[in-house]
Each structure stands twice: as structure tokens, then as C-alpha cells.
Design a protein around this ligand. Structure first.
Ligand code: ADE
Length: 251
């Protein structure tokens, strides 16, 4: 609906670096709402915009601002919490985790490219004990959408997640080992929660900065945030339009 799009654009204009879109059946949700709370718990900064668009019920969920510092609640803790709460409340058929990412030019990423992640993993969870090491890395394949890849002009690559915008020498080694093309601060956390509750999730990430380039990451990120968020906005709209009228198994 126009209202929903206005909300998305407001978020983009506000420089949102993280957001998710949840799809579900509106009739099932309406039924649930009469019996269960239809809001996030009081005190959480999480925000939900929702509406119907081309036969889909769309919940756009945003982690909101940190209650103390007033900045966007980026990172894995917020992402996992809001994903958990959203799955419980909204029972989505599909999660789209849309956001910005750093890209590696050595692996073919450029500013403004939009990637669909084939795999996700963490790069800052070091537990050097057998099996715990793999648990920490948390590598997993994302929900496969071969027809979206075929139909839309999105690049495909592996995504590595950590709680820092910059990259420490250890992060670099771990990202290399994860064979990542893009690096964000939420994806693997969203994937972990989505997998726990058997909810298909896809990851659409737009590149704001080149991690293996010359420019300081924070500066390049802020410089490109608005224009790249517009590219992300367009890509997510294409994905949503593609999904409209299809079953999950057609994606
Ligand atoms: N989001 C945008 N750029 C990023 C980077 N370099 N690292 C993590 N998350 C990001």
C-alpha cells in the first residue's frame, strides 16, 4: 500500500542501516490477534509497520533506536531479539533481512551492489574447543531462491556477521575462512533464530563500503548510506513484487 511504502521510505531517509520484512497470512494473523497480544512488549524499541500489498501481508519490522543513546539498534543482540519476538508474534512464512554491508572488492563487490546471501556465518565468536568452534562460527546455508536469483539482477555471495563495523586482524582471517563477499552486523543472528523456528529467511544486503579498499570504513559507510539505501529499497521492492502471487516453493 502507499502507506507502507511511505513508511519504508521514511526509514530509508532516516538512514536506517538494518531492517527486516516479514511475510505472513493476514487472515491467520487477524485470527490470532483476538486471542494473543498483537504488539511487541512494552519497553522494546522495536517498531512494526504492516499492510497488504499485491496479495501479500507485509510486516516491516525495525529494531528501533537505542533507548539510552538514541542511535539505531544495530548488531546481533537486537537482531536476534527482534527476530525471535517477530516470529512469535507474526508467524511469518518468510523473513527478508534487508540491510547494508561492507563488501570485498577482491571477491567482486562494488559500492551499491545488492547481494543475496547464499550462506551466513559469524566471524567474531571464537571458542577453540572441538565442536564449540563450529557452534561459534554458526555457518549455515540460507533458504534457496533459485528463481529470484535467475530473474532479478542480484549478485550472490556468502555473508559473514560480527558485532563491529571495522575489521580486526582476527576478523579478517575468519571472514576469509568463511569465504565471505559481504560483511554485516546482523545476518547470521537472524538466520540462527529463523532456523530454530524453521522459518525460511533470505538476506538482501547492499554494499556501502569496500572493506579491502583505501577509504576508512566509517567515513565511506556514512558517505554512501543514503544512496545505497535507495538501491536496497529498489531491490527489496523487486523481490517483493517477484514473491507476489507465488508459493514459497516457487522462489
Ligand atoms: N554495514 C555496512 N558496512 C559494514 C561493514 N563494513 N561491516 C559491518 N556492517 C556493515
Amino acid at each position: 500500500s502507499p502507506e507502507l511504502m511511505a513508511s519504508w521510505e521514511n526509514l530509508a531517509a532516516a538512514g536506517t542501516s538494518w531492517s527486516s520484512v516479514f511475510f505472513g497470512c493476514s487472515r491467520a494473523n487477524a485470527f490470532l490477534c483476538r486471542r494473543t497480544p498483537n504488539r511487541f512488549p512494552k519497553g522494546a524499541p522495536w517498531t512494526r509497520y504492516h499492510g497488504d500489498y499485491k496479495g501479500l501481508h507485509i510486516d516491516l519490522v525495525w529494531p528501533g533506536k537505542d533507548p539510552v543513546l538514541g542511535v539505531d539498534s544495530v548488531g546481533t543482540v537486537s537482531a536476534a531479539l527482534v527476530t525471535y519476538a517477530s516470529i512469535q508474534l507474526l508467524k511469518p512464512d518468510l523473513i527478508i533481512n534487508a540491510g547494508t554491508a561492507g563488501g570485498f572488492k577482491a571477491r567482486g563487490a562494488g559500492i551499491g551492489d545488492v547481494f543475496l546471501a547464499s550462506d551466513v556465518a559469524f566471524h567474531d565468536r571464537r571458542i577453540p574447543i572441538p565442536v564449540f568452534d563450529s557452534y561459534g562460527i554458526g555457518a549455515r546455508k540460507t533458504f534457496e531462491t533459485p528463481n529470484i536469483v535467475k530473474e532479478l539482477n542480484l549478485k550472490v555471495g556468502k555473508l559473514s556477521t560480527g558485532d563491529s563495523l571495522d575489521m580486526s586482524p582476527h576478523d579478517e582471517t575468519a571472514i576469509l575462512s568463511n569465504e565471505a563477499t559481504v560483511k554485516d552486523m546482523e545476518g547470521a543472528a537472524v538466520a540462527y533464530v529463523a532456523d530454530l523456528f524453521s522459518t525460511p529467511a533470505i538476506f538482501v544486503k547492499a554494499v556501502t563500503d569496500i572493506v579491502d579498499g583505501e577509504k576508512p570504513t566509517a567515513e565511506e559507510f556514512l558517505q554512501n548510506l543514503i544512496s545505497v539505501t535507495m538501491a536496497l529499497d529498489q531491490a527489496v521492492m523487486q523481490v517483493v513484487d517477484f514473491i507476489s502471487g507465488k508459493c514459497i516453493s516457487d522462489l
